[in-house]
Design a protein around this ligand. Sequence first.
Ligand code: KDG
Length: 339
Amino acid sequence: MSIVRRTLIAAAAAAAFAAPFAALAQDIKPRLIRFGYGLNEQSNQGRAVKVFAEQVQKASAGKMRVRAIGAAALGPDVQMQQALIGGAQEMMVGSTATLVGITKEMALWDTPFLFDDAAEADAILDGPIGQKVMDKLQDKGLVGLVYWENGFRNLTNSKRPIAKAEDMDGVKLRVMQNDVYLDSFKLLGANAIPLPFSELFSALETKTVDGQENPFNTILSSKFYEVQKYLSITNHVYSPWIVLVSKKWWDQLSKAEQKVLLDAARASRDFERKDTREEAGRALADLKTKGMQVNEVPPAEVARMRQKLERINANVAAHVGGDLWQETQTALAASRAKK
Ligand code: KDG
C-alpha cells in the first residue's frame, strides 16, 4: 500500500475518532446571553430576569446560558438598545417609553390613563395590538418577545404633598426620556426634566430634581423613600417593560433556540406580573413604614388632571398613526362594554 494511501486512511481514522469529541466540545461551550436591565437584582425586574435565565438553562439542557447584568451596569436603557441593534449585547429588558425614538408606535403605551386596570393592559399588550407594535421593532434591529409589568405610576417629591395639579407648579420633576411624559407633566405645571433611570437616585439625593414618578415597586426597590418625603397616588399611566433581543443575534439562532427563548420569556412574563402585583400590594404599606407621607389624590382632582391631558391623546394618535390609535380605543371600548 502506497505511503499516500496509508496517510489518507490514518487521517480519515483520526477525523472519525475526533468527531464525537468535537460535538462534545460544542456541547461544552454553551451559547452565552448577556441580559442587561436597569433596576437592582432584588427588584421585581431582577427577580424576573433570574426566572428567565433558569428557564433557558433548563430548556436548553445547559446549551444556552443567560448572564443577568442588573443595575444598568451595561448602561441605561437607550445605551443597551443601541448595543442590541449593533449586536454587541444579546438581550435586555427596559421601558417601552425609552424605545419611542427607535419605534414611534411605542408611544401608544405612554398615553396618560390609557388603561383603567392591569386586566385591560394584559389583554391589549398580549393581544394583536401589542404584537403589532412589537413587530415594528424588527425593521430597527430589535425583536420584542413579551411585555412585563412595570406598573401604574405615582408621584413622589421632597417639597409637598400633591393633592391637585396646581401643587406641581415649580416642582422639578424627573421624567423618562420621552416626549409624551415631558409634555404631560409640563401641561400639569411641573418643571419636567428628562433623565435616565440610572441617574435618578443621585439626582433626587442632590436635589437636582425634587421628584419623580414610578410604580410603588420601583420606589421601594430603588430606595427612593430615603430621598423622597411625599408619595401622591395618581396612577396616571400604566407602564410596560419589554423583553428585547438583538435581531442580528436572533437571526443566527436555530428555530429550536428561538423557541427556548420565547417560551422562557412567556413563562417569565407570567411570573413577573404575579410577583409584581403581589409586591405592589405590600409596597405601599412598606413605604409608609419607611416614613413616606402618602396621600391619595382625590378622584375629582385626578379627573381634572386627566381632562387637562386630553390634548396629549391627539399628539399620541398623530404620532402612532390614526389606525392604531382607533383600533386601540375600539378594543378598550369593547372590553369595557362587557363589564
Ligand atoms: O432600566 C430602567 C427602566 O426599566 C425604566 O423603565 C425604569 O420606569 C422606569 C423609569 O422611570 O426610568
